[in-house]
Design a protein around this ligand. Structure first.
Ligand code: AMP
Length: 570
């Protein structure tokens, strides 16, 4: 495998890469860096944030920078101030050992005076949003006369934000430009248009096989009626106790409203949108980064700048109007090789939008059940138990409090003490879920339009404890074992010890019969029909739901061909 040390890169950058702890170049870096180091041609890189694209262009850019020269040699254009700041931060780290290297970020939303002063310090590299850069050009605070390298970062997003004319203007005003490197998450005709107008022969590189597919994202959607959207969001948050996420809304107003409602109910969240000033936005980012916030509620534009690698969940409170935007949203999770979940709350009418997005993302989305009260309580209980098991109290905590604790609880049984502690932790959740209603919209009959039961819910005795940590994994296991098409399974709920899912009624018997012959990690698979009554029971139920024995009441497969009829036909 290629390593950074095999790149013909200046020694100061090698040291910086080592300081940053980068060991192996990411796929886009492996492709782009050697090319740009040896012969800095024009390139188009198809890569989303999270793929390591900043280093892919940043390291070669700094490699070619002449620190003895005191004029702007390289310009990076990026759509938002957050992204500018982020690139600038990365550049500072890359250039830490390069004597005399200076880079500056200039962006709107903050007073221009400070940026004019910084430009007087003669940076060799400027990272800018198009609007602010034009402002500075008009004030003659910056000259682009010596710029040799221009990077257009997130070109698709700059075009979406209406910067086309600004980009044209800036590129036309870079008379010494020799190399243009364009990065974009998606390749539209407009993006190609810029390339045609301003680039010579270029080479194309892509971060992965497909434009935007990230196999590490588990895409899930939850169907509820429009008026239950907020309750559904709340329930999903409660069902994800360790969440570190971003909740997307379509408008600034929704962003503010949803965040305020959540905050009133005690969630550690904050809004992030364009009507907030830069100072407030920076403060929110700081709180999010130091984990004082469990989630940010954001609009698409504001979220572009969130540079956090370990987002566990992206939640679409509303689907975006443009399916392409979905890929930007979901790409906030599963970065740098990690896995993540992207959940969408949709109304029955919006299911067709999900199908459209599936085609763009080239991945199947799993329809999941909105958990009921009992499931939420159970999930939080397990989470709390794990936290206790993994807690590592400070030594002096024990020294200082041991005696007091011991004295007070000397006469209490261990089990009773544990019960009380857990009750204290969970009683509010239990109380609020006592009468929890079923938030799942029932639309099955309309969608399938056939008489009788269209789908059957099945139980299987494997879950997260067996290493099945996503709906996708469970579906893979079942489809590989039975050779059925994945499309007939949906509404998957993976629990700790077991899982549930829906299948088309006429395939259920075949699946149960086949699966119960199989083993998973040496353990015999048990699969049966889940009793409807158990699913509908409200909160406070800690028991594992009972299952009804599979009753064999499904329509039998045709006489000839038998169960084979089910294969690959759905
Ligand atoms: P980007 O796609 O440029 O936004 O980068 C995403 C994150 O991955 C940033 O926090 C980088 O610091 C980090 N990163 C970039 N390249 C590597 C690498 N080769 N190894 C590990 N982390 C990296």
């Amino acid at each position: 495998m290629t390593s950074f040390s095999s790149f013909p890169m200046r020694e100061e950058l090698m040291r910086a890469v080592a300081d940053l702890g980068f060991e192996t170049p990411t796929p886009i870096q492996q492709k782009v860096i050697p090319t740009l180091l040896s012969q800095p041609v024009d390139i188009i890189g198809l890569a989303q944030t999270g793929t390591g694209k900043t280093a892919a262009f940043g390291l070669p850019l700094l490699h070619h920078t002449d620190t003895a020269q005191k004029h702007v040699q390289a310009l990076v254009l990026s759509p938002t101030r957050e992204l500018c700041m982020q690139i600038q931060e990365e550049f500072k780290k890359y250039g830490a050992h390069m004597r005399g290297f200076r880079s500056t970020a200039v962006y709107g939303g903050v007073p221009i005076g400070g940026q004019i002063r910084e430009l007087k310090g003669n940076p060799q590299v400027v990272v800018a949003t198009p609007g602010r850069l034009i402002d500075l050009l008009e004030r003659k605070a910056i000259s682009l006369d010596h710029v040799q390298y221009v990077v257009l970062d997130e070109a698709d997003e700059m075009l979406n934000m209406g910067f086309r004319e600004d980009i044209d203007f800036i590129l036309k005003n870079t008379p010494a430009r020799e190399h243009t490197w364009l990065f974009s998450a998606t390749m539209s005709n407009e993006v190609r248009g810029i390339a045609k107008r301003f680039m010579k022969q270029w080479q194309e590189f892509s971060a992965g096989a497909a434009n935007v597919t990230n196999e590490n994202i588990d895409h899930q959607y939850f169907v509820t009626n429009h008026h239950n959207r907020f309750e559904t969001l709340q329930r999903l948050l409660d069902f994800a106790p360790g969440i570190y996420g971003i909740i997307f809304t379509r408008t600034k107003q929704d962003c503010q409203d949803v965040a305020e409602k959540l905050m009133r109910q005690g969630y550690h969240v904050s809004p992030l949108h364009g009507d907030m000033d830069q100072k407030m936005r920076s403060k929110v980012m700081e709180r999010f980064k130091n984990r004082s916030l469990q989630a940010i509620v954001a609009t698409d534009v504001a979220a572009r700048g969130i540079d956090v690698n370990d987002i566990t969940h992206v939640i679409n409170y509303e689907l975006p109007d443009d399916p392409e935007v979905y890929t930007h949203r979901s790409g906030r999770t599963a970065r740098a090789g990690k896995s993540g979940i992207c959940m969408s709350i949709v109304s029955p009418k919006e299911i067709s939008n999900i199908r459209q997005i599936e085609r763009i993302v080239k991945q199947r989305f799993n329809r999941s059940d909105i958990p009921d009260g009992a499931e939420v309580v159970r999930k939080r209980l397990f989470y709390y138990l794990e936290q206790i098991a993994e807690a590592d109290p400070k030594e002096d905590f024990a020294r200082v409090y041991q005696e007091t604790i011991h004295e007070r609880f000397e006469d209490m049984e261990k089990d009773e003490l544990i019960r009380r502690l857990i009750w204290l932790q969970l009683k509010d959740t239990i109380a609020s879920y006592e009468e929890a209603e079923d938030l799942n919209a029932s639309y099955e009959s309309k969608e399938r339009g056939r008489g009788g039961r269209s789908s059957v819910r099945l139980f299987i005795n494997i879950g997260q404890k067996d290493g099945i940590n996503s709906a996708e994994r469970l579906i893979n296991f079942i489809t590989e074992s039975t050779d059925i098409e994945p499309g007939i399974i949906d509404r998957v709920t993976v629990r700790d010890l077991s899982s549930f899912f829906n299948v088309r009624a006429d395939a259920a018997e075949f699946i149960v019969q086949t699966m119960t012959q199989k083993k998973f990690k040496g353990r015999k698979v048990r699969m049966e029909e889940a009793e409807q009554r158990d699913r509908e029971r409200g909160g406070g139920n800690f028991e594992r739901p009972q299952q009804k024995r599979f009753s064999g009441q499904y329509k039998k497969p045709g006489e000839r061909g038998g169960s084979q009829k089910f294969n690959k036909r759905y």
